[in-house]
Design a protein around this ligand. Structure first.
Ligand code: S3P
Length: 435
């Protein structure tokens, strides 16, 4: 588990050039591991993300008797065929990983043992009742600590499938309900605003009966059968750092190969294009039901825009980078309807406002977002607020800063993108550990 503090210094005013690959998609890696663990048969997962958050999911799946072996960059998983496992009670520490905790709450609700789920300082402050409440309606026996972790799950006789209406556009809530429902008997529906659909796509690869009808997802529980091999595409959320870095810096051109391009994840590309960025997608194909392709991007002149509401959920994890892009655009960019940012690994509205003010960029804060005014970033010492995406965004800001940038508390980068600094330095950045 992460406990040390590491800081980094990024030299200012560089260009980035080259062709890169980024590690496997975090969201899809979680799903591939969890669903292989409850399926019948043996699954080889290639190009999975090897990071702290994914290790938290692997540790939890070992507790439900999945066999998991790491083999030459792949995972080989033999699943438990939706067996409800009996064993001694357990405590699980999910570190920083909200996805691991929330998705596993669905699975653990159906087991015949008790579990206590906790995490690091950030995770134990994040809302868990948004998941426990619908699961309790399915007869799960869950207690939270005032809506947050530690969460205690006790065995229940049966998971009972009921229809749900969920108003928060959250893939984690939706996925937790779907996974719990696989242990129930009856077909059920979830009506919810659109959010990333990797769980639905992965379940279909395992033969699940899952469909989308008039805005409701219909799930009919059945056995899951391994498709033998799953390929995980590169993580678009990791690629995003170099996409934005290349757009805002001068004389830069980057190609990123084999990146996941699920339309529910590419909202930030639409936003950047509206702002004037040149981004081309080539070699688009489908792999295990997911869109995959190459992204070509180069230095572009940006203008401020009002970000349309319907692009917020589709770009939720990249909004810190959109704030950085907006700081390099001409005029004002308005980012609203993004209250969900307040409950991420940090309060990302507060983190980005504080960081931009420190960089001497004008910014107005609202409860659901901010207005960002284009300006010049001054090289400063800033804090990551314990948030991997805020840390990496601050390091990317050095590409356009007047003076070097020091980012305190960067160890959290290990949760999602351990190769970030190596790749950044390979394409022209200069990021070094700093005492
Ligand atoms: C994720 C869903 C999103 C996203 C998170 C990963 C997932 O969270 O922000 O980084 O893998 O399901 P919400 O479900 O809370 O919107």
């Amino acid at each position: 588990m992460i406990s040390e503090t590491i800081n980094h210094q990024a030299a200012c005013n560089n260009t980035i050039n080259g062709t890169i690959n980024v590690p496997g998609d975090k969201s899809i890696s979680h799903r591939a591991i969890i669903i292989s663990s409850i399926a019948e048969g043996r699954t080889q997962i290639n190009q999975y993300l090897d990071s702290e958050d994914i290790n938290a999911t692997i540790d939890a799946c070992l507790q439900i008797n999945a066999e998991i072996k790491k083999n030459d960059g792949s995972l080989i998983i033999t699943g438990n065929n939706l067996q409800r496992i009996q064993r001694e009670n357990i405590e699980l520490n999910f570190g920083n990983s909200g996805t691991s905790m929330r998705l596993m709450m669905g699975i653990l609700s159906a087991q015949k043992f008790s579990s206590t789920l906790t995490g690091d300082e950030s995770l134990t402050q994040r809302p868990m009742n948004r998941v426990s409440k619908p699961l309790i309606k399915m007869n799960a026996n869950i207690e939270t600590s005032n809506g947050t972790a530690p969460v205690t799950i006790n065995p229940t006789d049966d998971i009972k499938n009921v229809d749900h209406i969920i108003n928060i556009p959250s893939a984690q809530i939706k996925s937790s309900i779907i996974l719990a429902g696989l242990y129930g008997q009856d077909a059920f529906r979830i009506t919810t605003p659109q959010s990333r659909d990797h769980t639905e796509i992965m379940l279909k690869e395992f033969g699940s009966k899952i469909s989308l009808k008039s805005n409701a997802i219909k799930i009919t529980p059945n056995k899951l059968t391994s498709p033998n091999t799953i390929y995980i595409p590169g993580d678009i959320s990791s690629a995003a750092f170099f996409i934005v870095g290349s757009i805002i810096s001068k004389d830069s051109q980057i190609k990123i190969e084999n990146v996941g391009l699920n339309p529910l994840r590419t909202g930030f590309i639409d936003i950047l294009k509206m702002m004037g960025a040149t981004i081309d997608i080539t070699d688009l194909k489908k792999v295990n039901g997911e869109a995959v392709g190459n992204i070509n991007v180069q230095s572009s002149k940006l203008k401020g825009i009002t970000i349309p509401k319907d692009l917020i959920t589709r770009s939720i994890d990249e909004l810190p980078l959109i704030v950085l892009a907006a700081s390099q655009a001409e005029g004002k960019t308005s980012l609203r309807n993004a209250e969900e940012l307040r409950v991420k690994e940090s309060d990302r509205i507060s983190s980005m406002v504080t960081m931009m003010e420190r960089f001497e960029i004008s910014i107005d804060e609202f409860s659901d977002g901010m207005n960002v005014y284009g300006g010049t970033i001054k090289g400063k010492k800033v804090n990551s607020f314990g948030d991997h995406r805020v840390a990496m965004t601050a390091l990317i800001a050095s590409l356009v800063s007047e003076g070097d940038i020091i980012v305190e508390d960067t160890i959290n980068i290990e949760t999602s993108f351990p190769e970030f600094i190596e790749i950044a330095n390979n394409i022209g950045m200069n990021i070094q550990a700093y005492d």
